[in-house]
Design a protein around this ligand. Structure first.
Ligand SMILES: Cc1ncc(COP(=O)(O)O)c(C=O)c1O
Length: 369
C-alpha cells in the first residue's frame, strides 16, 4: 500500500474513533423522522398505481435513453415535461436533470467564469461548493441569512457577482429572507440563484413562486427526490440561460439521459400534488403539533425540518442510537458537517407521522438531552 493510500486508512480510523464514520446502511424498519419524503409520495399507493398504469400503457417509458440528450437521448416526453414544468412554475424555460446535485453542478460550474465572484450563504449545499471549484470563480461566503453581511461583501466587488441561497435550509430548518436578499442583489446588479430543494412541494411550487419573485432571479433549482418522492431536478430560467447550459454545461452534455419513465413520474408528481392539496396541509398540522411539544429549536415555524441542538458528537450519537432502539429514526448531524458546538439531531416531519408518534418522540428527546 502506498503512503498516500495508507493515509486514507488513518483518516477513516480517526472518524471511527470520533464516532463519525459513515457507513452505507439499508433502510431500517422504524418510524420515519429522518427521510426527505415530506409528503409521503415515495410510498403512496395511489401515486404508484398511476405511474404503473402509465408504464403498462406505454412500456417504452422503461427503455434506456441510449445517449446524451444532445445525441440520441432526447425525447418528446422530456421536452413536453419541461414545457409543462416551465408553465406551472411561471418561468420561460425549464431544463431537466437526473438529480439536484447535477443541476447545481451545471449552474455553478458553467455560468460563473474565472473573472466572476460567487457569493454564497455559508450554509449552502455541498453541490454548489463543488461546482464553484470547477468554474474557477472566486467564492466568498456571507453570514447565514444575513442580508447586511451580503451587502458588506457586494459593496466591495468590482466584477460580476452571482449570489447563491437556498429558500429553506435543511441543516437549520430556517427560511431565507428572500425578498430582502433579492432586493440587495438587484441593488448591486448581481444575479440571484435559489435552490428550492426542501421547499418545493412542501410549499406548492416553492417559495419563489409564493413570493412571485420569478423575474428577480436568474435561476431556481427545484428537486424531485424529496417532497415529490421521485428523483431528478429542474433548472428554471429564461431561454437564454437554458440554451447556454445546453451548449456549455458539462454535467448536462457529457452524460446519458435518464429513461423517459423518470421524467413521466415527475410530471405525474406535479399533477398528483396539485390534486392532493390535503397532503401539505396535514404536514403543516404535524409541524405545528411538533413545535407545540416545547422542545427548543433554532428552526422556523412551518419548516418540515426541525433541529434540536445537542452540542457534542458523542452524546448526539448516543441519543440517536437510543431513539433508534425505541423505533424512532432520526438523523444526527455531526461537526464538521455543521460548526463545532452546533451538532444537532435533525427531525424531518411528514404528513404520515401520527400525533402519538410525535408526542412520544418529543417525550423521549426531552428525557435524553
Ligand atoms: C439544498 C439541496 N440542494 C441540492 C440537493 C441535491 O439534490 P438531489 O438529492 O436531487 O441530488 C440537495 C439534496 O441533498 C439539497 O439538500
Amino acid at each position: 500500500m502506498s503512503e498516500k493510500i495508507a493515509r486514507f486508512k488513518e483518516l477513516l480510523d480517526k472518524r471511527k474513533e470520533e464516532g463519525t464514520l459513515r457507513n452505507l446502511k439499508h433502510r431500517t424498519e422504524g418510524i420515519d423522522f429522518y427521510s426527505n419524503d415530506y409528503l409521503g409520495l415515495a410510498g403512496n399507493h395511489e401515486f404508484r398505481t398511476i405511474v404503473l398504469d402509465k408504464i403498462n400503457a406505454n412500456p417504452q417509458l422503461l427503455s434506456g435513453s441510449t445517449g446524451s440528450r444532445l445525441i440520441s437521448g432526447n425525447s418528446h416526453i422530456i421536452s413536453e415535461t419541461e414545457e409543462y414544468i416551465a408553465d406551472k412554475q411561471q418561468f420561460p424555460a425549464a431544463l431537466l436533470f437526473p438529480s439536484g446535485y447535477n443541476a447545481n453542478l451545471a449552474l455553478f460550474s458553467t455560468l460563473p467564469d474565472r473573472h466572476d465572484t460567487v457569493i454564497i450563504d455559508e450554509q449552502i449545499h455541498r453541490s454548489v461548493h463543488d461546482a464553484c471549484r470547477m468554474s474557477h470563480a472566486r467564492k466568498l461566503k456571507f453570514r447565514h441569512n444575513d442580508p447586511e453581511d451580503l451587502e458588506r461583501i457586494l459593496k466591495k466587488q468590482t466584477g460580476h457577482c452571482y449570489v447563491a441561497i437556498e429558500s429553506l435550509y435543511s441543516m437549520e430548518g430556517d427560511f431565507a429572507p428572500i425578498p430582502e436578499i433579492a432586493g440587495m442583489v438587484k441593488k448591486y446588479n448581481a444575479d440571484l440563484i435559489v435552490d428550492e430543494a426542501h421547499a418545493f412541494g412542501v410549499f406548492g411550487y416553492g417559495l419563489i413562486d409564493q413570493y412571485q419573485l420569478q423575474n428577480q432571479v436568474l435561476a431556481v433549482v427545484v428537486t424531485y427526490g424529496k417532497a415529490l418522492g421521485a428523483h431528478g431536478a429542474s433548472i428554471l430560467c429564461c431561454d437564454l440561460v437554458k440554451s447556454y447550459l445546453v451548449n456549455f454545461a458539462s454535467s448536462f452534455i457529457y452524460t446519458t439521459s435518464a429513461q423517459d419513465f423518470q421524467w413521466e413520474s415527475i410530471k405525474t408528481g406535479y399533477e398528483f400534488l396539485e390534486d392532493h392539496q390535503e397532503l401539505k396541509k396535514k404536514l403543516q398540522a404535524n409541524i405545528s403539533f411538533f413545535r407545540n411539544q416545547g422542545l427548543e429549536t433554532p428552526s422556523d415555524e412551518g419548516s418540515p425540518v426541525q433541529a434540536i441542538i445537542i452540542p457534542d458528537n458523542r452524546k448526539l450519537q448516543i441519543i440517536q442510537n437510543q431513539l433508534a432502539e425505541e423505533g424512532f429514526l432520526t438523523y444526527a448531524v455531526y461537526s464538521p458537517t455543521v460548526k463545532e458546538g452546533t451538532e444537532r439531531l435533525r427531525i424531518c416531519l411528514h404528513n404520515f407521522n401520527t400525533e402519538e408518534e410525535i408526542e412520544r418522540l418529543a417525550e423521549l428527546i426531552r428525557k435524553l438531552i
